[in-house]
Design a protein around this ligand. Structure first.
Ligand code: FES
Length: 577
């Protein structure tokens, strides 16, 4: 007991109507694991085991768990690991996003159900860090995150390769006929050469660094490569700190405050972060009762340059960011705009941690504010008659020549339609057109797949066209690049205006003005609206039924409506409470 609060094995007893018998029985069973009474008297640190044979990004989880356990025991605690769902991007049908909330529910309920005074979360692949932070926010127990870390780069003909920006770039070259079958097969073996997460500034890297900025991870943990010994030292330190977190009752609501979200959102803009991060941050904030305001996030991006020169916005990889000093030098560059009073899981404020941080070692990778790689933040929020609740574009990875563009809409109704017609020789398409994919949002697909980065039609690719304006209600991988408008909200399948667009309509994109519009007069739009039939997308049973009935739109993080509080306060950079 800690005061009146039950701790260790006594917490959260199974209901048999006799608490003392419940504890007696619990002890009897856990002794079958070989624990002594002395061990069972210690504070318990749960460790979320996200290892899966399907998840190469989590290949090193067993050794991370071993290091976390060492840290817990060095600090006088008892570590107990337990499994939860583990999601890998390429092994989740129809899409990993469809399963993120399921992982969050699994983790939340198991953290709540089992006795633990604190929990160590081991994230990595894209959906795992957001799912675990959503779970921790809702479970309310002291929680601390560590991650598997980024992969090291591969090589092909002397060139460094990284998943998955180079996967997409070289696949595009293969489609254009510039690479043969043998060479693309050889490349395939070198794109993901070690354990760990994608080593560009994709969603996994973005969420790891955002979580560090949010204060949920011990300093320095976001950028350590998966194979570096520091990865295990960070895990050991995380385990050691978890014991104290339990004693101090430093719960996530004390860390994930509105100001901490503002810090993390600013960092996402400055690192050239993934567009997916916005959906995930909205979901995590939602669990804390906070609504992410897209316009405020956009305003924050207008005053925050991209400082980290990593693919897909720049040229380097995560291991380079680590050797340049990790996130700390970035935070130092931003410190005048950060709230340094925010408490972190270390028990110290962000300002106190920064005071001890290393200076950067490589200004080729981490730029100064007066010499950024992009003058504004990585993500621009767009509004307009195609996206009344917002859409986004990763402006730092877009083609400058296409950022102000008007073109004819060439529409694909679904992913299957895209697959069927995109490469057809008789497709009526020109390089100046705007390619549109609809019914690919949270409900329409379902699962809001990373289909927004769809290929250039083959006949244009063969002519050397490398980028076109693409517009959809889908997401795209954080590792992708191009002039791609995503997350149009509400989605077409929910009756959003993307459903009103017709082939041949003129679509105008203005990144400078933050606009995405169809140039169709109001009377005609009203006529189309009257004739619009919103499809009834439903399922008979199972998780799909729950998903379709309760999933929220992109601006609300695609969480399920029943998983967050009803009344939300605003967060996003300017209007923090
Ligand atoms: Fe796991 Fe990219 S596939 S991080």
């Amino acid at each position: 007991m800690h005061g009146n609060r039950p701790t260790g094995l006594s917490a959260g007893l199974t209901n048999y109507g006799d608490p003392q018998f419940s504890l007696f029985l619990r002890k009897a069973f856990i002794k079958a694991m070989g624990y002594s009474d002395e061990a069972l008297d210690k504070p318990i640190v749960g460790i979320v085991n996200t290892y899966s044979g399907y998840n190469a990004c989590h290949r090193n989880v067993p050794e991370i768990i071993e290091a976390v356990k060492r840290g817990v025991m060095l600090s006088g605690g008892l570590p107990i690991d337990f499994p939860v769902i583990s999601i890998h991007e390429s092994f989740a049908h129809p899409t990993s996003m469809f399963l993120r909330n399921l992982m969050a529910i699994d983790a939340e309920e198991m953290i709540r159900a089992q006795p633990m005074d604190a929990v160590v979360l081991i994230g990595g692949c894209d959906k795992t860090v957001p799912a675990l932070l959503m779970a921790a926010a809702s479970a309310g127990k002291p929680a601390i995150l560590t991650v598997t870390g980024a992969m090291s780069t591969g090589r092909h003909n002397g060139e460094r390769l990284g998943a998955c920006t180079d996967c997409r770039r070289l696949w595009g070259a293969y489609r254009a006929g510039e690479l043969g079958d043998a060479e693309i097969a050889e490349i395939n073996g070198n794109l993901a050469p070690t354990s760990g997460t994608c080593m560009v500034m994709g969603t996994a890297s973005t969420m790891a660094l955002a979580a560090e900025a949010l204060g949920m991870m011990l300093p320095g943990g976001g950028a350590i490569p998966a194979v570096h010994a520091d990865r295990l030292r960070h895990a050991e330190k995380t385990g050691a700190r978890a014991v104290a977190l339990g004693t101090e009752q430093l719960t996530p609501d004390k860390i994930m405050t509105p100001a901490a979200f503002d810090n993390a959102l600013r960092v996402i803009q400055a690192i050239g972060g993934s567009t997916n991060a916005l959906v995930h941050m909205a979901a995590i904030a939602g669990r804390m009762g906070l609504a992410l305001n897209l316009d405020d996030f956009d305003a924050l991006g207008q005053e925050t340059p991209v400082l980290v020169d990593l693919k897909p916005s720049g040229q380097h990889y995560m291991e380079d960011l680590f050797h340049a000093g990790g996130l700390a030098p970035v935070l130092k560059q931003l410190q005048d705009d950060l709230d340094l009073e925010c408490l972190t899981v270390s028990g110290r404020t962000l300002g106190e941690e920064l005071g001890e941080a290393r200076f950067w070692k490589d200004q080729d990778v981490i730029k100064t504010r007066d010499n950024p790689i992009y003058p504004k933040g990585s993500i621009r929020v767009l509004r307009g008659n195609l996206a009344p609740r917002g859409a986004i574009i990763k402006q730092s990875a877009a083609s400058p020549t296409l950022m102000e563009h008007t073109g004819r809409a060439v529409i694909f109704e679904t992913l299957a339609d895209l697959d069927r017609r995109l490469d057809a020789d008789d497709l009526d398409v020109a390089a100046t057109d705007v390619l549109v994919l609809r019914n690919a949002g949270p409900k329409g697909a379902p699962g809001m797949p990373e289909a927004g980065y769809f290929p250039i039609p083959k006949k244009l690719a063969r002519q050397g066209v490398r980028d076109m304006v693409r517009l959809s209600d889908a997401r795209m991988s954080g590792t992708a690049f191009g002039t791609i408008v995503l997350h149009t909200c509400p989605e077409s399948a929910a009756g959003g205006p993307l459903a009103l667009l017709e082939n041949g309509d003129q679509v105008r994109l203005s990144v400078a003005e933050g606009r995405i519009d169809m140039l169709v007069d109001a009377d005609e739009l009203a006529r189309r609206q009257r004739n619009l039939r919103i499809p009834n997308i439903a399922a008979d049973r199972g998780f799909l039924k729950l998903y379709l009935q309760t999933v929220l739109q992109a601006d609300e993080g695609c969480d399920f409506d029943f998983l967050r509080p009803n009344d939300l306060c605003t967060v996003g950079g300017k209007s923090s409470i």
